[in-house]
Design a protein around this ligand. Structure first.
Ligand SMILES: Nc1nc2c(ncn2[C@@H]2O[C@H](COP(=O)(O)OP(=O)(O)OP(=O)(O)O)[C@@H](O)[C@H]2O)c(=O)[nH]1
Length: 305
C-alpha cells in the first residue's frame, strides 16, 4: 500500500494590527513563539513558525499588521508583509470580530482582501477571529456575507484565544498545500535564531510595562550573546542589549526614578529569557538615544528592517 501523501508549504497570516495573528500562530504551535500584547503593531518583523503533524508541515509566516504608513519604519514593516505574501502558497486573511453595532470592520476587510490578498493570485482562506466576542448567529451571518463578497477558498470563524475551531483551520489548509516532503526536521518550531527571540521578549516587556508612545519609539538590539566559560562559577549566559529610543526624555522614562523601571523591565525579561533558553542568564540593558531612528533608512537597515 502507498503511504499517505504528505503536504508541506508556506502559509502567510495577514491582517490588521491586533487582529490576533500572533495569538493564532502561538495557538497552532502550542508554544509562545510570537509576542502578543493588547497594543497594536507589536509584530514588526516576519516570524516563521513551523507546524508539524503526521500528514503535513505548515510553515507559517506571521507578518506585521497592515496600516497606513506614517514613517519609514512602517514602510519597512509593510514591505516585510508584501515579501511574505509573495513567498506563500496559501494566505490566511485574519478579520477579527468586534463588539458593537458592526460585527466586523467592513471597510478594512475590503481593503485587506482587494488590495493585499487578491492581487497575489494565491488561494486564500478568510479566518474570522475573536468569534468568542459575538453570538454564533452573528458569526454565521458574517461568514455568509464574506463568502459572497470575496469568494475565498473557505471561511472559518475561530478563536485564537480560546482555541475554538483551530484544528478545523489545519484541516482546511492541508489540501491547499503542495504535496511535498517536509522541509524542516519535526522538532524545529522556528527558523529564527535564539537571539531574535531574546530581543522580542525584551520588546514585549517594554510594550507591557510602558505607556503612550514609548513602546513605538523603542527598538531592541542584542549587542552580545555569549555563553559563559566552564571556569566561570556562575556559568550564566551573558546577554548585552541596547534599548534604542528617540529622545532623552524617553530614556529617562525607560530608566525611571533611581533606575527602578529598568530594573523591573530587566527582571521580567530575564525570567522569560531563562525559560526560553532553559539556562541562567545575566542580562545587561543599556539605553541609547538615536534621534528619529524610525525615519532613518540607514539605522532601520542596521536594525534588520
Ligand atoms: N477575545 C479575543 N481576543 C483575542 C483573540 N485573538 C487575539 N486576541 C487578543 O487580541 C490582541 C492582539 O493579539 P495579537 O496576536 O498580538 O495580534 P496581532 O494581529 O499579532 O497584532 P500586531 O502585532 O499588532 O500585528 C491581544 O490582546 C490578544 O489577546 C481571540 O480569539 N479572542
Amino acid at each position: 500500500m502507498q503511504p499517505p501523501l504528505f503536504s508541506c508549504g508556506h502559509v502567510t497570516f495577514v491582517g490588521a494590527p491586533n487582529a490576533g495573528k500572533s495569538t493564532l500562530l502561538n495557538r497552532l504551535l502550542d508554544h509562545k513563539l510570537s509576542i502578543v500584547t493588547p497594543k497594536p503593531q507589536t509584530t514588526r518583523k516576519k516570524i516563521t513558525g513551523i507546524y508539524h503533524d503526521d500528514r503535513s508541515q505548515i510553515i507559517i509566516l506571521d507578518t506585521p499588521g497592515i496600516m497606513d504608513p506614517k514613517q519609514s519604519l512602517h514602510e519597512s514593516m509593510l514591505e516585510i508583509t508584501r515579501r511574505s505574501l509573495r513567498e506563500s502558497d496559501v494566505i490566511v486573511a485574519l478579520i477579527p470580530f468586534q463588539k458593537g453595532d458592526e460585527p466586523i470592520d467592513r471597510k478594512f476587510a475590503s481593503e485587506l482582501i482587494e488590495q493585499w490578498v487578491k492581487p497575489t493570485g494565491k488561494p486564500f482562506v478568510i479566518a474570522l477571529n475573536k468569534a468568542d466576542l459575538v453570538p454564533e448567529e452573528t458569526a454565521k451571518e458574517a461568514q455568509t456575507e464574506i463568502i459572497s463578497k470575496y469568494k475565498p477558498v473557505a471561511t472559518l470563524a475561530l478563536s485564537a484565544l480560546t482555541g475554538g475551531n483551530i484544528p478545523e483551520l489545519v484541516e482546511l489548509l492541508r489540501p491547499l498545500l503542495p504535496f511535498d516532503e517536509p522541509i524542516w526536521p519535526d522538532d524545529i518550531l522556528s527558523t529564527e535564531p535564539e537571539r531574535f527571540f531574546v530581543g522580542e521578549i525584551i520588546r514585549e516587556k517594554i510594550f507591557l510595562q510602558y505607556g503612550r508612545e514609548i513602546p513605538y519609539s523603542t527598538e531592541v538590539v542584542i549587542d552580545e550573546f555569549k555563553e559563559q566559560h566552564e571556569n566561570n562559577p556562575s556559568r550564566k549566559e551573558l546577554i548585552r542589549c541596547s534599548v534604542i529610543v528617540e529622545r532623552n526624555s524617553q530614556k529617562q522614562i525607560i530608566v525611571g526614578q533611581k533606575g527602578a523601571a529598568i530594573k523591573k523591565l530587566g527582571q521580567a525579561a530575564r525570567k522569560e529569557i531563562e525559560e526560553l533558553l532553559d539556562r541562567p542568564v545575566y542580562l545587561e540593558i543599556f539605553v541609547k538615544v538615536r534621534p528619529d531612528w524610525r525615519k532613518k533608512k540607514n539605522l532601520l537597515k542596521s536594525y534588520g528592517y
